[in-house]
Design a protein around this ligand. Structure first.
Ligand SMILES: [Zn+2]
Length: 103
């Protein structure tokens, strides 16, 4: 097991996890529930996206790196009208339910 990304934003981690799932990389989010319950910034308990296989690290990083940069440049997210999930501004369809962005 290896930590890949730690972020207080568990929605974002869920998005990253969906990318890895699609690529067939086994992963899970640690501390997600804890963070939601406490809703405060506590270092070791921040949600962390973990890889089951250490050997997947490079592939996973390569997959997620462009997405991380995307997110850093754009703070404008939109809410999916169908499932209420937030999506990066650059996405034309909801990452979760594939509903088309409604402007
Ligand atoms: Zn949606």
């Amino acid at each position: 097991m290896r930590d890949l990304i730690t972020s207080i934003d568990s929605t974002r981690l869920g998005f990253f996890k969906s990318i890895l799932d699609e690529a067939g990389i086994a992963c899970f989010i640690r501390n997600e529930t804890t963070a939601q319950l406490t809703n405060i910034f506590i270092g070791p308990l921040q949600p962390t996206l973990c890889l089951v296989e250490d050997g997947d690290f490079e592939q996973a990083s390569a997959l997620l790196q462009p997405r991380q940069t995307e997110g850093a440049c754009s703070s404008e997210e939109w809410l999916c009208t169908a499932c209420k999930e937030s999506n990066p501004a650059s996405f034309e369809v909801c990452w979760k339910c594939q509903a088309v962005k409604n402007e």
